[in-house]
Design a protein. Structure first.
Length: 642
């Protein structure tokens, strides 16, 4: 029986055309949010083009020059208070706070629903509620999951169209009775009432008062990484032997790429925290002695997959179909393949997913030709006759202005435009994960590359991965960031540690784990390592070590290469042999304080954060193996620094 609602006949008949098993939910949401109309996103491009045109007509989108970027390329500005993820307002609502763990904010589900019911009441008055289907993982993969996001933001719809396989959505959803549901409204963009909430038991998320990135794009971090992460945890806990098929087993905040070695392609997953180089490493070009090794892009933010039966390795896919990439620093030097994708969009992609959507760069009007500029692009700030430039706040500026592009300005684009896209990027099986890189921004401590002596040691170091803050999330401080996944592990971090420790039991041939750090700084604060294209030289050393061609040297933080094992001939910038030797070992002073710091951190994981624990979930005991590794680390540091 259809529940009693006050919805108009038009809205009722739109809802009635949805697959039956989702009608009640959509009706309930429409009844609460009270939109003027409900529109189903079909996945067909004409509808998206109409929305783009409407956004242009309203002034929300500025169409950029077709001769520069191809068709359907737009520029948008976010609200000035809505420029990044807000971890303080990201909440996991489980019955038991232990299931959310000490790193997540936790609210009782009923209490949170009560608060949200008030905020969502009538929030879509005067607006359209779009019913948006999406698919995480390639549509033909065994892990393809359809979901639905309700949103009042046409901007979100156009972004998702470029990133989340919308056109395959209804086909996949037809086969699924249980599906993830996300309700989103940009509301009034109030910072005070901004919430990004997850209800794992219901496979349901409600997010309000943001229209930007991870806060608003449901299939990405909210569902794709956090909720699927919980499913992957539960599946892998169920799994009793390697050949058992339990569904998706692993989801991580990792870029995915391959390096060509002639007779084989080595596949790397790179877990770096937000704004620490995933997109760059997945879309860069190897240089110098590595120049003949082509780098193939598969993904730039989130991977998912499982152990392949009879093979014993983890097979993973990019779970997205597009990128939401940082523009600051994007250049031919840093990630040439992304620049090529912008310069030479494929007509078939432009006619379907569309061109890039830029948000929060500098808008340039050069005698009527509109384009964008961002910092560290290698391009001088545009100036001259007939050129006007407006910063991300919409103010007319010149080259001397302090405020130009926003630090977390991004571009949304379909991955299909990237020229070195690996042909396996959307295949049904995924690719074998040979190497997992775990990194972060560490000015002093972490070597350029290191490898733990054992699996458990690798998990311990990864749990204690340190990183300095970036602009991807509001108000961060330097912190430990387990597997570069801290903002996205939606369950207890002790279970996450156990899950990682158990990988070899479920995956007999797990990836080799290396720790990397492109971000060591000298005493003046300058980066020491060239970075970017030079990073593949470091990865080549890793491949040689895998093949046991090179013996590495012991340090307390793992085995490290000798300087001569990394070829730095003809580096584009400045790293000298002495500097290379310096950044290949952990800094002794930093190492001394690291033992106590890590001890403090592990205690916080086990007992709750020392500061800022209010409102968070509850901790539980860490696996003993982590403490054993810590004791071993302590001893090695004592000997090394004696
Ligand atoms: P999210 O999309 O937030 O998850 O970030 P990401 O990990 O994909 O980061 P991205 O590749 O976009 O890089 C962020 C910033 O780091 C950019 O401004 C890059 O220029 C800079 N960066 C990337 N790689 C390197 C490197 O090797 N060295 C230095 N110094 N900077 C780098
Ligand atoms: C990140 O912050 O890790 C991102 C951008 O990839 S967002 O989609 O905003 O999460
Ligand atoms: Mn990310």
């Amino acid at each position: 029986m259809t529940p009693q609602t006050t919805l108009s006949d038009t809205i009722e008949s739109t809802i009635a055309s949805l697959p039956e098993h989702m009608q009640d939910w959509v009706r309930k949401e429409a009844d609460l949010c009270k939109p003027d109309s409900v529109e189903i996103i079909t996945g067909k491009v004409d509808q998206i083009i109409r929305l783009e045109n409407e956004l242009e007509a309203s002034g929300a989108y500025t169409r950029l020059d077709e001769d520069v970027y191809g068709k359907r390329c737009f520029y948008a500005r976010s609200d000035k208070n809505d420029v990044a993820r807000v971890e303080e307002r990201t909440v996991i609502c489980t019955d038991d706070p232990v299931d959310a763990g000490p790193l997540n904010f936790w609210v009782d589900p009923e209490e949170m629903h009560g608060k949200l019911d008030k905020l969502f009441d009538g929030v879509m008055k005067g607006r359209t509620m779009y019913v948006v289907p999406f698919v995480t993982n390639p549509a033909d993969s065994q892990f393809a999951t359809g979901g639905v996001q309700l949103t009042d933001s046409a901007n979100v719809v156009c972004n998702l169209y470029r990133m989340s396989n919308l056109h395959d959505g209804w086909r996949i959803l037809e086969k699924q009775t249980r599906f993830p549901r996300i309700t989103h409204s940009y509301g009034n963009l109030s910072k005070e009432d901004r919430w990004i909430t997850h209800f794992p038991k219901e496979l349901y998320c409600r997010t309000i008062n943001s229209d930007y990135g991870g806060n608003a794009l449901g299939p990405k971090k909210i569902f794709g990484l956090r909720l699927v992460g919980i499913q992957a945890l539960e599946n892998s806990q169920k799994k009793s032997q390697p050949d058992e098929d339990v569904g998706i087993e692993i989801v991580e905040h990792m870029a995915l790429f391959g390096i060509d070695y002639g007779d084989r392609r080595v596949h790397f997953g790179a877990a770096f925290p937000s704004m620490c180089g995933k997109t760059n490493i997945a879309t860069g070009v190897a240089e110098g002695p590595m120049a003949q090794h082509k780098v193939f892009t598969l993904g730039d933010d989130i991977i998912g997959g499982a152990t392949k039966k009879g093979d014993g390795r983890l097979y993973v896919n990019n779970i997205e179909a597009g990128m939401f990439g940082v523009t600051k620093g994007m250049s031919d030097f840093a990630n040439k393949m992304l620049m090529e994708a912008l310069r030479n969009p494929k007509p078939e992609v432009q006619d379907c997913e569309g061109g890039p959507i830029f948000t929060n760069q500098v808008l340039v009007d050069n005698n009527g030709s509109k384009r964008v500029w961002w910092s560290e692009s290698g391009e001088d700030f545009p100036q001259g006759d007939g050129i006007t430039t407006c910063n991300w706040l919409g103010e007319q500026i010149d080259a001397s202005a302090e405020e130009k592009d926003q630090k977390n300005a991004r571009v949304t684009m379909p991955i299909r435009n990237v020229p070195h896209l690996d042909s396996a990027y959307n295949n049904s099986d995924g690719v074998p994960l040979d190497v997992a890189l775990i990194g972060g921004r560490s000015s002093k401590l972490h070597p350029l590359i290191s490898r733990a002596r054992s699996w458990n040691e690798a998990v311990y170091h990864a749990l204690c991965q340190f990183s300095e803050p970036t602009a991807a999330a509001v108000g961060q401080k330097p912190r430990y960031d387990p597997m570069a996944n801290r903002p996205f592990i939606a369950f207890n971090v002790s279970d996450y540690a156990q899950k990682w420790l158990d990988i070899p039991k479920k995956t007999p041939k797990p990836p080799a784990v290396f720790s990397v750090n492109w971000f060591r700084r000298d005493d003046d604060g300058n980066f020491i390592w060239d970075g970017f294209g030079a990073n593949y030289r470091v990865l080549d050393a890793a491949v040689r070590q895998l093949d046991r061609k090179d013996a590495w040297v012991e340090t307390p933080i793992g085995l490290v290469p000798k300087p001569e094992q990394i070829d730095i001939s003809g580096l584009k910038y400045t790293t000298t042999n002495e500097q290379l030797a310096e950044i290949l070992v952990p800094d002794k002073e930093a190492l001394k304080s690291e033992v106590a710091n890590r001890e403090g951190w592990l205690n916080e994981l086990e007992n709750g954060l020392e500061t800022g624990s209010e409102g968070r979930g509850a901790p539980k005991k860490l696996p003993q193996a982590i403490w054993d590794e810590h004791e071993a680390f302590k001893k090695r540091v004592e000997e090394y620094t004696a």
